[in-house]
Design a protein around this ligand. Structure first.
Ligand SMILES: [Zn+2]
Length: 84
Protein backbone atom coordinates (compact mmCIF):
# COMPACT_ATOMS: atom_id res chain seq x y z
CA UNK A 1 0.00 0.00 0.00
CA UNK A 2 3.01 2.25 -0.28
CA UNK A 3 2.42 5.30 -2.44
CA UNK A 4 -1.29 4.67 -2.82
CA UNK A 5 -2.75 7.99 -3.81
CA UNK A 6 -5.04 9.54 -1.23
CA UNK A 7 -8.07 11.50 -2.33
CA UNK A 8 -10.81 13.35 -0.52
CA UNK A 9 -14.51 12.62 -0.72
CA UNK A 10 -16.26 15.89 -1.64
CA UNK A 11 -19.09 15.16 0.78
CA UNK A 12 -17.64 13.88 4.08
CA UNK A 13 -14.16 15.25 3.29
CA UNK A 14 -12.56 12.07 4.59
CA UNK A 15 -9.26 11.24 2.98
CA UNK A 16 -9.22 7.74 1.59
CA UNK A 17 -7.17 5.60 -0.72
CA UNK A 18 -8.12 6.54 -4.25
CA UNK A 19 -9.09 2.98 -5.12
CA UNK A 20 -11.80 2.95 -2.45
CA UNK A 21 -13.45 6.08 -3.85
CA UNK A 22 -15.61 6.57 -6.90
CA UNK A 23 -13.97 8.85 -9.37
CA UNK A 24 -16.00 11.21 -11.46
CA UNK A 25 -15.14 14.01 -13.76
CA UNK A 26 -16.99 17.02 -15.03
CA UNK A 27 -17.12 17.55 -18.75
CA UNK A 28 -19.42 19.99 -20.46
CA UNK A 29 -21.29 20.45 -17.17
CA UNK A 30 -22.06 16.74 -17.04
CA UNK A 31 -20.90 14.27 -14.39
CA UNK A 32 -19.18 11.20 -15.82
CA UNK A 33 -18.05 8.13 -13.90
CA UNK A 34 -14.50 6.85 -14.34
CA UNK A 35 -13.43 9.39 -16.88
CA UNK A 36 -9.94 10.78 -16.76
CA UNK A 37 -10.60 13.96 -18.67
CA UNK A 38 -11.93 17.12 -17.14
CA UNK A 39 -12.06 18.15 -13.52
CA UNK A 40 -11.99 15.14 -11.17
CA UNK A 41 -13.93 14.65 -8.00
CA UNK A 42 -14.37 11.73 -5.66
CA UNK A 43 -17.18 10.29 -3.58
CA UNK A 44 -17.04 7.48 -1.04
CA UNK A 45 -19.55 4.68 -1.03
CA UNK A 46 -21.11 5.53 2.31
CA UNK A 47 -21.89 9.08 1.15
CA UNK A 48 -23.26 7.79 -2.13
CA UNK A 49 -25.64 5.45 -0.39
CA UNK A 50 -26.67 7.82 2.40
CA UNK A 51 -30.06 9.32 1.55
CA UNK A 52 -29.52 12.13 4.03
CA UNK A 53 -26.43 13.29 2.17
CA UNK A 54 -28.08 13.44 -1.21
CA UNK A 55 -29.03 17.11 -0.98
CA UNK A 56 -25.61 18.10 0.27
CA UNK A 57 -23.89 16.26 -2.57
CA UNK A 58 -26.25 17.82 -5.09
CA UNK A 59 -25.45 21.28 -3.73
CA UNK A 60 -21.71 20.72 -3.87
CA UNK A 61 -21.93 19.45 -7.44
CA UNK A 62 -24.09 22.35 -8.57
CA UNK A 63 -22.38 25.17 -6.73
CA UNK A 64 -18.76 24.18 -6.40
CA UNK A 65 -18.28 22.07 -9.52
CA UNK A 66 -20.95 23.74 -11.69
CA UNK A 67 -22.38 20.42 -12.82
CA UNK A 68 -25.80 20.57 -14.41
CA UNK A 69 -26.37 16.93 -15.29
CA UNK A 70 -25.53 14.48 -12.55
CA UNK A 71 -28.73 12.88 -11.28
CA UNK A 72 -28.75 10.10 -13.84
CA UNK A 73 -25.05 9.28 -13.35
CA UNK A 74 -25.46 9.06 -9.58
CA UNK A 75 -28.72 7.18 -9.83
CA UNK A 76 -27.29 4.50 -12.09
CA UNK A 77 -24.26 4.02 -9.88
CA UNK A 78 -26.36 3.80 -6.72
CA UNK A 79 -28.63 1.24 -8.32
CA UNK A 80 -25.63 -0.85 -9.21
CA UNK A 81 -24.24 -0.65 -5.66
CA UNK A 82 -27.51 -1.52 -4.01
CA UNK A 83 -28.13 -4.51 -6.25
CA UNK A 84 -24.79 -6.20 -5.66
ZN1 LIG B 1 -17.81 10.53 1.79
Amino acid sequence: MVNSPIRMCISCRNRLIQKSLYRFSVQNEKLILNNKNGRSLYLCQSCLLDKKKEKKINNILENKFKVKEFKETLYLLKEKLVNV
